[in-house]
Design a protein around this ligand. Sequence first.
Ligand code: GGG
Length: 358
Amino acid sequence: MTANRRYTVAVIPGDGIGKEVVPEGIRVLERAGQLHGFTLDQQWHDFASCDYYLQHGVMMPPDWKARIGAPDAIFFGAVGWPETVPDHVSLWGSLIQWRREYDQYVNLRPARLMPGVPSPLAGRGPGSIDMWIVRENTEGEYSSIGGRMFAGTEREIVIQETVMTRHGVDRVLRYAFDLARSREAKHLTSATKSNGISITMPFWDERVETMAGDYPDVRVDKYHIDILTAQFVMNPDRFDVVVASNLFGDILSDLGPACTGTIGVAPSANINPERTSPSLFEPVHGSAPDIAGRGIANPVGQIWSGAMMLDHVGEHEAAASILRAIETVLAEPRLRTPDLKGTASTVDCGKAIAQALG
Ligand code: GGG
């Protein structure tokens, strides 16, 4: 098929296994483009990595925004190499800056049990875990407001503020309610901790209750985060769309996929729903220094993130075909990576998914 649609994509592998899984994501996206008639104009960047930091003293150049330009999307791997750069420096110097500067206020993360992939939870089969976690992505507990006094002394004081704005909370809740409304179960769960966190979390609950009035067709419930994590493990089939603050969403979106067998398959989309700036697609997992460089990282989370990116730019058919190819490959034990008890390498698994596209 002749390629007639073009999309510009900034490709940023980052650190650790990001450098191994991003090329597999690109392999699959390019194959999908050949089959579905589109081309990705890729601009690769080496910044937003700890290697870059060691050379330049910063995670990204001052003109990073100009260098990224105005792509249709950003395809990112993972950040972090704590041996050389403290995690808070690498994260705030890259991902968190992008999420804020590009106003990617929704972090959308599915957790779905894939055919053939055994869940570590007894008696769970395909279809029994199928939820979307909607994480607030620009404020909340991820705040740099605070300070440290009397450092290193007995009087040391450390304070960090949580920031919730009505604008920020309402817009992510609206996205989650709309998503719940679009699904068959029409069920939204809100994560809170308003018994212990007595100012911001009651405000969050209040905004959920107010907005629920606009969505009489959506069943809404709320759980404190502690029991919610227990329910994810005991009864993951209870959940459909789960909305949470920045920190709670980050935790739940590792736990949800872990209940499906591995976080290696979990994708995520950092979305600017108004499309006033680029959205960013990355796996939920981080740079995994413990397995980096060994060629055994699971590339499915990165590849599935690529499918979410295609959905975002309007290539819905191609996105669906990638999902089907992932399912075909995961159903075959020998094509799975070691985190799923298989023996395939990162490249084997990526190639198999590209081939399964047709
Ligand atoms: N691909 C995801 C990634 O690199 N994660 C690193 C990390 O620490 N992320 C925390 C976050 O997403 O807030």
